[in-house]
Design a protein around this ligand. Structure first.
Ligand code: ADP
Ligand code: MG
Length: 259
């Protein structure tokens, strides 16, 4: 069976594409705190990887390191074959290739919804305003908030704001989207509207690294779960295997608290 038609949940050796993100022996300290401890993993094109683990285990730091919002002390992270640049034009290009969606939405408060989505394509990709707006409306339609385009972010619900944030990251045609607890700040009734958009993206083949404790999303959309504790990847398995048969006491203990 060709890799790209393989079922997502069969087993972790089924790869849908070539490596897109390669994380190789990555170490990071904050002072004495060993926040990333020999992190090694490969995310292939089209793969959806869910990262879970207790608070303080290094999940956000790992996401930030992949996007160069955080430096690493040793090891290497490559995206689509390029070692992460430190600065300059190459870094700007990398950032354009990697969409990031945060817990706190991080929309530009003084710009309309539409401007939030068109800003980077116009400034970074030099897209014409007309083309950028057409594409933005398409994306806002796709995440179900096209009717909010002229409003300011504060006039939207949290779930709508987060869907705008997803549309904004898609506007740059990223190779990869990183999401760090995208539904954690939402009222319960808004979580599903965001998860539905995330599941759709996953089904369309977007490569995603998602920090979340939403087990329903993980079971439905993830190819693989990485369980982190104390800065290390402690378990790595397909969702059903991880949730139903965790191997380590750390994972069993964690799951008993969140399930
Ligand atoms: P998680 O996202 O899994 O909750 P984080 O990656 O945010 O974990 O943090 C991992 C550890 O690193 C925590 O102990 C946190 O307090 C610490 N930490 C995070 N950012 C910094 C920083 N900028 N300076 C010092 N310590 C930090
Ligand atoms: Mg975090």
């Amino acid at each position: 069976m060709p890799a790209d038609t393989a079922p997502r949940t069969s087993n972790i050796s089924v790869r849908r594409g070539e490596p897109l993100v390669v994380i190789d022996h990555v170490e990071k300290y904050f002072g004495d705190l060993h926040v990333l401890n020999d992190i090694n993993t490969v995310v292939n094109r089209g793969e959806v990887v869910v990262v879970i683990g207790p608070s303080g285990s290094g999940k956000s730091t790992l996401c930030r390191a992949i996007n160069r919002l955080e430096t690493i002390d040793s090891g290497a992270i490559t995206i689509d074959g390029d070692v992460l640049p430190e600065e300059g034009a190459a870094l700007a290009k990398l950032r354009a290739d990697v969409g990031m969606v945060f817990q706190s939405f991080n929309l530009f408060a003084h710009k309309t919804v539409l401007e939030n989505v068109t800003l980077a394509p116009i400034r970074v990709k030099r897209m014409s305003r007309k083309d950028a707006e057409a594409k933005a409306m398409e994306l806002l339609e796709r995440v179900g908030v096209a009717d909010q385009a002229k409003k300011m972010p504060a006039q939207l619900s949290g779930g709508q704001q987060q869907r705008v944030a997803i549309a904004r990251s898609l506007a740059m045609n990223p190779k990869l989207i990183l999401m760090d607890e995208p539904t954690s700040a939402l009222d319960p009734e808004m979580i599903n509207e965001v998860l539905d958009v995330m599941v759709e993206l996953a089904e369309e083949g977007m490569t995603m690294i998602v920090v979340t404790h939403e087990m329903g999303f993980a079971r439905k959309a993830a190819d693989r779960v990485l369980f982190m504790a104390d800065g290390a990847i402690v378990e790595e398995a397909v969702p059903a295997e991880f949730f139903d048969h965790p191997k380590t006491d750390r994972a069993k203990d964690f799951l008993s608290k969140i399930l």
